[in-house]
Design a protein around this ligand. Sequence first.
Ligand code: AHR
Length: 672
Amino acid sequence: MKMCLARAAFLALALPPFFAAFPAAGKTTITVQAGAPGKAISPDLFGIFFEDLNYAADGGLYAELVQNRSFEYHVTANRNWHNLTSWELVNRAGKGAVAIDAAFPLHPNNPHYAVVEISQPGDVALVNPGFDGIPVRAGERYDLSLFIRQLYVGGRWDSEKQAGALPLVARLETRDGDVLGEAAFEVTLPEWRRCTATITPSQTVPEARLVLVAKDRGGIALDEISLFPRKTFRNRPNGLRADLAEVIADLKPKFVRFPGGCLVHGNGLGNMYRWKDTIGPVEQRRQQSNLWSYHQTVGLGYYEYFQFCEDIGAKPVPVVAAGVCCQNSGHTGGTGQQGLPLEQMPDYIQEVLDLIEWANGPVTSEWGAKRAAAGHPEPFGLQYLGVGNEDRITPVFRERFEMIYNAVKAKHPEITVIGTVGPFPEGEDFDTGWKIADDLRVPMVDEHYYMSPQWFLDNLSRYDSYDRTRSGVYLGEYAAHDDARRTTLRSALAEAAYLTGLERNGDIVRMASYAPLLAKIGHTQWNPDLIYFTNTVIFPTINYHVQKLFGTNAGDTWLPAKIAGTAEAESAALAFSAVRDGTSADLILKIVNPGPAPQSLRIELDGARHLAAEAARTVLAGDPLAVNDRETPDAVVPVTSKIPVGPAFDCESPAHSLTVLRIAAQTPKPSR
Ligand code: AHR
């Protein structure tokens, strides 16, 4: 698999040698068959993989600002957590206490709620600081909703029951207690009632808190206390953080794989991600611990995932567990992978089939009707379904995978099932996974690998020799892990070089997604990640810029090319790809120079017609050990300029760089 970078990238697949007649001295010549029919590239090649890891969803992309809004945090998620985590009762004047109860749940899936009892009238405050504070902006609207229920007025044990209203004020406050805005409610009914209000803060404060102030003697039950910015991505209710969603959308992903990762097969059988638990009113969804040691509200559930895909023009790629839990499950007492009991498999398989009906079925179908009721009568157009996530490929796995696969294939031959071939780029799971794919003729398999930058550079030709009669490949998780797992330019360039190889093999590699996507600073379980963020700032890594450059400069046709040059140039390790975008007819060249020496290039566009005389040249270059982080967020960013181009032109490839040349197509002038 290992080959010299330059030879692997260019020579192996090049057309019969073609050299420029008069290559400029000391230059490397790249000759692109620009007029050739080329080779079709998968229309879905570059996408993203979203997993609620590193607070990617709760506390991250999901715009909810209240932490532990429904009092369901649990010690099984995190040994320091409990139902009142992130809530504090402060007796400012008067006296009261808070407790957790489950006697009259709002919904069986949401069993716990808070009970605030005021024994001495005054100001008793229940305070929530959100996820590292609640960021609010002056003049913007924040939608508050909460469920309240009156338990009693006066004293708990008063022999005479009193009637009346208990006042409750919801405030946004600074950390010092300055009021930024408030809304008043009256707690009157002995049944759960949803109350809503809009608060418009008077100041911009990065770390505000939500404070619920009770005043009169009595008892109040509270649950599902929620605060959202009105401005979510595309203004969706129960929506996504707009700035973060925009940065993701800017990648122009062709698909989104979700909701994981290890999160899907889960920490023990009881922790598998079950899609039906994640739809419907948020207060009725079944929450659970997150295998990454925090909590999943599943407020960002299947409806919201599909909606997000539609909003950004990406295909949804949901992944369901293959009837087994994660092999690294701690909750199984170290036994690792376990399979659902076989008697449970028919129900589980039905759940998978129901997902397809929910996504694509008519409104007259049982599950299509639920989608319509949620606000989306049109089908979501589900095309892909992942079954399994880098599972150990054991007989237990195989038996269950086969059952699910056969059922989906029989009922929904239109769905492309994506199988799995273990966690590594080779080895026993990989080989057995591929054998299963061959035996069952699974249309696509999901490969995963996290390797060193050098591994990526050494394996640029990995897919050149893949048998085109076997399953297609979805490279569902990959990243170049540099020393100390940092997102260096060196790692980003290794990935860029690899992506040129994926374009070249875009007939067999149908999809690819970097992993993981998001990481909240201070809550990161996994490094490196593509995008780091706080509540108010987003730090795209250099690797993000690589993904964006490929995503926004994708083509649908790969064009053959040949490299030749001086001895000096031949020792240079360059990776290159040329693609054509059928819609715009633009020609796009990508040149990756991971080495320390700049390269002078002569580029020849054989057979090119109707191209502009100028190209947009975007370069990502710098210190190979540079990292875009909190201290140096823009250490390396793309810089775009114009350069003159023609059938043959010169171009510099700086040391440690990715260069993208986009040459626009020009409509030929009509001849007179
Ligand atoms: O991407 C992070 C994790 O890496 C995923 O959850 C898992 O599939 C892989 O091991």
